[in-house]
Design a protein around this ligand. Structure first.
Ligand SMILES: *Cc1c(COP(=O)(O)O)cnc(C)c1O
Length: 389
């Protein structure tokens, strides 16, 4: 079946009479009929099964969501965490080793820098950043590289990378390649099918899709998947069944929401390019976007994100005034919900290798929601008229 079809059917009660959606199972303790049954459950768990044994290990509700995300990511196993940042930390705690080296793409989600610079380095992990290219990664790899971490497209301005080529390089040396797949959220790209070892997502964004739950996921195959599951239990990283229920509810409509977000964002991106004082629109679907050919090859479409780069003469105060004069774009962090958002962003502060950003114009990230695109365009037009005419 196509992904869209499977996402509607996975993790639902199989025999009737039954509710359409799986019920919320709230529990810490799971009780057994006999000690023999309890011990048998433990044995099955040790053999790699996923029986219902204790709340921290998961419930039928969280397992249903795990199965749906595994289908989305094309993975054997998925672990759920209470946020996207917790998913990142679960992967780092499982794969990074004191004394060894990790290599991180310069274009990653900014808080990752806080994690690696503020926590991993003091714990004795060597950290290097690479510029996203195969050549630079190759020049940094050593015999004790324990993981390579990237995100495609990059945060804020969507730098593209040749993911299959990066994966060929790391897999030849048996180094795990970790990809933050939040931008594509599984419907637009599946890192494991392109050769990555681990794919993680901030489910908070498009999987949940309604801005009302925090959640993360980590997906992998084989031994890596088993190690991640054991580490999640060791670290006490689990998702509540209520949150899993809402995330699974959101995930049912992920494919059609993403389709609408992509259409709206592509339409507005084209229109925004023509507006006064706009130097360029950063959006991987645009033919002039660096690495556009990789995006066309590896991705199924666009999401709702685009970032405007204004001419250098435009001041930060003008961008702030523009944001304040928008009526339909909320002001707030995050993205992936059904609503439109606008947020000025400081790209220079989020990069350490590429230094060009400090001499470019101010940037404004838009998340284009599911409102009628004509209404969004009219809102942007009145703001331009008021501030940047
Ligand atoms: C938002 C985001 C995260 C973190 O997710 P939270 O649920 O907010 O912790 C991680 N990676 C990327 C690319 C994100 O955009």
């Amino acid at each position: 079946m196509q992904l869209e079809t499977d996402l509607l059917h996975i993790g639902r009660p199989q025999s009737g009479p039954a509710s359409v959606n799986p019920p919320v199972v709230r529990t810490s303790t799971v009780t057994f009929d006999s000690l023999a049954q309890m011990r048998d459950t433990k044995r099955r768990r040790e053999q790699g099964e996923r029986p219902f044994s204790y709340g921290r290990r998961g419930t039928p509700t969280t397992y249903a969501l795990e199965d749906a995300v595994s289908r989305l990511e094309g993975a054997e196993q998925t672990l759920l965490t209470p946020s996207g940042v917790a998913a990142i930390n679960l992967v780092l705690m499982t794969l990074a080793r004191p004394g060894a080296q990790i290599i991180v793409a310069d274009s990653v989600y900014q808080p990752l820098r806080r994690i690696v610079d503020g926590w991993l380095r003091p714990w004795g992990v060597r950290v290097d950043y690479f510029d996203g290219s195969v050549a630079h990664l190759q020049s940094l790899l050593t015999d004790d590289t324990c993981l390579v971490y990237t995100e495609v497209p990059g945060s804020l301005v969507y730098e593209m990378q040749d993911l299959p080529a990066l994966a060929a390089l790391t897999s030849a040396r048996e180094i795990p390649l970790v990809v933050d797949n939040t931008w594509a959220s599984g419907v637009l790209m599946q890192p494991l099918s392109l050769g990555a070892t681990v794919s993680l997502m901030a489910g908070t964004k498009y999987v949940v899709g309604h801005s009302d739950v925090m959640m993360g996921s980590v997906s992998a195959n084989g031994e890596t998947g088993r190690r991640l599951r054991e580490m999640a239990v060791t670290l006490g990283q689990s998702l509540s069944s209520d949150d899993a229920y809402l995330a699974l509810r959101g995930l049912r409509t992920l494919a059609c929401r993403m389709d609408a977000h992509g259409r709206h964002a592509e339409a507005l991106g084209g229109w925004l390019c023509e507006q006064p004082r706009v130097a360029r629109v950063h959006q991987p679907c645009r033919p002039e976007h660096p690495g556009h050919a990789w995006w066309q090859r590896d991705f199924r479409g666009s999401n709702g994100l685009l970032t405007l780069e204004f001419e250098r003469e435009v001041s930060d105060a003008q961008v702030d005034a523009l944001v304040d004069s928008l009526a339909l774009f909320g002001i707030g962090s995050s993205w992936g919900g059904y609503e439109s958002l606008a947020l000025p962003c400081n790209v220079a502060a989020a990069r350490s290798l590429s230094t060009e950003w400090s001499s470019r114009g101010p940037c404004l990230r838009l998340h284009v929601g599911l409102e009628a695109v004509e209404d969004l365009q009219a809102d942007l037009a009145q703001a331009w008229q008021a501030v940047l005419r």
